[in-house]
Structures are given as C-alpha cells and as structure tokens.
Design a protein around this ligand. Sequence first.
Ligand code: NAD
Length: 271
Amino acid sequence: MLWPGGSEGAVSDPMDLFRLDGKVALVTGAGSGLGRQFSEVMAEAGADVACADIDAESARATAAAVEGLGRRAVAIRCDVTAEAEVEAMVARTVQALGGLDILFNNAGIADPEALLLHEYPTANWRAVLDVDLDGVFFCAREALKVMAGQQSGKIINIASIWGLAGSSSLFPALAYNAAKGAVINLTRELGLEYATRGIQVNALCPGFYQSNLSRGAIDDPQVRGAINAFVPMGRIAEAAEIKGPALFLASAASDYMTGQTLVTDGGCLAK
Ligand SMILES: NC(=O)c1ccc[n+]([C@@H]2O[C@H](COP(=O)([O-])OP(=O)(O)OC[C@H]3O[C@@H](n4cnc5c(N)ncnc54)[C@H](O)[C@@H]3O)[C@@H](O)[C@H]2O)c1
C-alpha cells in the first residue's frame, strides 16, 4: 500500500503521511543538539522513542521531554563505538518499547583540533572515525537485524554538507569530513542492499545548526561572521529547524526514496 489509510494514489489527508503512531524510533546522541530535536519530532508525530546517549543524564532529560509529549520513552546509556553496548541498546529498545521502526544514526563528534594533515595526530583520526563512521556501522547493523526480520524500517544517517564538499575554506575538519563522506556512500550501499526488503536508508546532510557540536565555532564572533557570510541565507539555523526534514525521512512521505542524501544547509551547496 502506497498511502496509509487508502488505496494506491488516493489519500484522504496528506498530513497522515507524516504520522508515526504505533512506531518506535531510536535516536543515538539523543541528549543534545539535533538528537534532542529528532527525539521530540518523533514523539510529536506519534512515535515512542528510545533516547540513547553516551551521557546518561542528557539521555534521561530527552526521554523525559518525550514523555512530556505524551509518548513512551526509554533512556539508554550507550557509547556507539562499543559493539556490545550497541547490541544492548537495540535489545533494550525492542524489549521496552515493543519493536524498532526508525533509527536516527546521529551520535557524532567533531575533530578535536582544526589541524592540517601534515600535523594531524593519529589519535584524533581514530577517535573521530570511531564515533562518526564505526558507530554508524554498528548501529545500522544492529537495527537492520530487527528491520530485515520484519521487512520494514527507516534508517536516517546523519552526515553533513562536509560529506559532500571540503570545509577548508572555512576551517579544516579532516577526519570529520572523511567520516561523513563515507557515511553518505554507506547510505547509498545500504539503500540498494535493502531496497526490496521494505527498508529505506537515507542520509541527512545539515549545514550549520545551533548545537553543542557547533558551539565552539558559533561562539567565536569571527567564525560566526564567516559562517553567516558563507551561508546564502545569511544565518545559522535553529536546531529545531531540522525537525521537518527529519520527519519527512522517517515517515511514509519518503517511502519511495532510498540511498539518497537530503541537504538542509541554507543554500551552501547550491553555490
Ligand atoms: N550542528 C550542526 O551544525 C551539524 C551539521 C552537520 C552535521 N551534524 C551532525 O549532527 C549530529 C549531531 O550533532 P549535534 O550538532 O547535535 O552535536 P551535539 O554535540 O550537540 O550532540 C551530539 C550528541 O552525541 C553524543 N555522543 C558523542 N559521542 C557519542 C558516543 N560515542 N556514543 C553515543 N553518543 C555520543 C553527545 O553526548 C551528544 O549528546 C552529528 O552526527 C553531527 O556530525 C551537525
């Protein structure tokens, strides 16, 4: 069935395409920034939400916000770089909320220092790749064990515009950009692998949104000015502005879309 509640091509209320009643979403990095927004919009659209973060307290705060929106929630402490913790996170989601329909593969970190390659320490490279690439792999693999069995699901990998372009005209972000580029092609591959199994895998590529990750740059008036000048819309987005694109990718509204990247960047990559 293409359209919920109707026959193919007929839709009683197009807004129903965005409803997530009865669905279970899992958000990694749910305690802050965009992850908090993903968790909230899932709940606002009717889903129950597993809120996972390496920081247990912030995961609990997001879970409380989900419950405040009238949905069921579970807070899970999980480091996405640890395979056993990722396995336990998915198992706990299914056990506490009764399934898993939507994964926001969102947990991420930035390069610890803005260094060029000839001075870039291996430890920084490993740390960023561990979270931003290996974490995405571990979480997708574990979620797909559930989704492949039920022949349905949505995975939204949070990449970045810096997975599609180099950032060095503003600041060097070597490992981050490498990881995000890999996430985008992993998304294409997973989209194809599961295309006939009822599972859609897409990447969301934000530009500049207010969050803890971007705070260091945004709090510096010089960098903020440079970013505002770089963004065609002339401003950094509020974190909540990610909700619409996120809901689109998590809902039936995007059922015929897989392996794709959705760029939400105030026009940066249109230049
Ligand atoms: N904010 C932006 O402008 C922007 C732009 C492009 C992409 N992104 C991407 O969005 C995602 C979310 O970033 P954000 O901006 O909300 O940053 P943020 O720092 O506000 O939130 C990231 C969250 O991930 C958690 N986290 C970090 N390492 C983890 C780990 N190993 N296991 C589990 N959780 C972990 C943190 O505790 C934090 O709660 C990241 O993948 C980031 O690369 C953000």
